[in-house]
Write a protein that binds this ligand. Sequence first.
Ligand code: ADP
Length: 272
Amino acid sequence: QIGALPMPDGPGGGQPNVVLFLRDLTAARRLEAMRVDFVANASHELRTPLASLLGFIETLQGPAKADAPAREKFLGIMKTQAQRMTRLIDDLLSLSRIELREHVPPTQVVDLGQIARQMVDMQGPLARERGVSITLDAPDATYPVLGERDELARVVENLVENAVKYGGGNVVVGLERTLRPASGKPQIALSVRDDGPGIAPEHIPRLTERFYRVDVASSRQKGGTGLGLAIVKHIVNRHRGKLVIESEPDRGTTVRALLPERQAGDETSTTL
Ligand code: ADP
């Protein structure tokens, strides 16, 4: 947008001065289009299980009223649909909460090693039931970062859940100290690797978009909302980190969160 504003009190010897302003509306339009898309997608995702619920309620009120086995079966399906809506609403709320805080850097000192260990212990038994093993590869005693504990636990949880759901085989949660290539500053690489079917390269840049899924039916059937990696990305951004997804079809996927390591002079509110 280009415009001109007359300035009445300019030092131009009685001549009115004019200020030209230039404003980039493309960025604003893009943001607005994303917001509209997001609302449309969220409504659609909620409408689908809701339509199914209403259908089953009508069937239970009519044709299946006296059919006890059918009633039992339909109630089971209705419960799954209601759980799906709950998960979606929980994820939508998490996303908006994280977005609100995205510009406030966290100040607690958190040990990523402890979070990763707890997550592996928690998710290991369930994964084993599905024939997937989860191991931790973290040789050092601690991996301190400035962070928000719950948010970082969410990152590990989402990545491990995805590796178990879509990958499988042997899932390895790794922690490693490295240096940032540009600045040489120390960072901690938290990685989750699986040796499942992998992801075709054309999908990779879009995986952190809200509601983007490689296979919508498979994600829904596995209880996915399509928001997991969007949530992970926002949390990593808030922690001044970087998310890197690497995958090779038929070989597996590695997702890495690269987070700045806590330094002695960092502003903190609590200690380890
Ligand atoms: P969802 O709720 O569907 O799991 P995510 O945002 O967590 O949503 O992931 C987006 C999509 O990325 C998934 O639907 C799946 O297709 C793909 N994906 C994520 N992690 C993996 C993985 N480890 N292996 C293969 N595909 C994956």
